[in-house]
Design a protein around this ligand. Structure first.
Ligand code: HEC
Length: 168
């Protein structure tokens, strides 16, 4: 959804870009017609993927939500303008898509039972991130905060099953 002038300018730039090039459209058409499966590049190991990609992006959500209570009163961490909420929405959309990186070949555990659990955690990360995205778009602080908590529960659940030792 277009919320800011900056975003509108970017959308126009993108529209101009795709309008001038016919090659990307042809590529998309070939893929839809059943082009061979692309080769995935998964050089990042699981620790790098978690630390630099998943964790990094989760905090792009979490540091935009919550309340800090002190003697001076209550400080809100939520965005205060449309641009800030748009950034929160972007972060949640990014995490939703990143859940798919957990499902790339070589990243799902080989054991069938483990794989089923792993896949369901990744899907749950996708679902909760999409909920957070919708709530950021609605600029609903409480609901966005709850969605962030639901994301955290998914992280913890997968770690409890698949990570030996503490993470934080
Ligand atoms: C599908 C399972 C799964 C989900 C979901 C998951 N993780 Fe992880 N995470 C792992 C595994 C496995 C490791 C251990 C990686 C290793 O050390 O090889 C890990 C490790 C980590 C680490 C430690 C990285 C390091 O430098 O040692 C962090 C931080 C982390 N995860 C953050 C998150 C956050 C934040 C989320 C949720 C937004 C999340 N993870 C969701 C499986 C998961």
């Amino acid at each position: 959804m277009v919320r800011t002038g900056m975003t509108a300018a970017l959308m126009m730039a993108l529209a101009a870009c795709s309008g001038g090039e016919s090659a990307p459209a042809a590529t998309a058409g070939q893929a839809a017609a059943g082009a061979p499966q692309a080769e995935f590049r998964t050089e990042l190991n699981s620790q790098e993927l978690m630390a630099h990609v998943i964790d990094y992006n989760a905090f792009e959500i979490w540091h935009r939500q919550g309340w800090i209570y002190s003697a001076d009163g209550v400080e809100e961490l939520f965005p205060t303008d449309d641009e800030g909420w748009f950034a929160a929405e972007n972060a949640a959309a990014t995490l939703a898509e990143l859940s798919n990186t957990l499902l790339l070949p070589g990243r799902v555990p080989p054991d069938a039972d483990d794989a089923a659990d792993w896949i369901s955690y990744a899907h749950e990360l996708n679902r909760t991130s999409l909920v957070a995205m919708q709530r950021a778009e609605a600029q609903d602080k409480e609901a966005f905060f709850d969605a962030g908590g639901d994301i955290y529960v998914v992280c913890r659940s997968c770690h409890e099953q698949f990570v030996i030792g503490d993470i934080e």
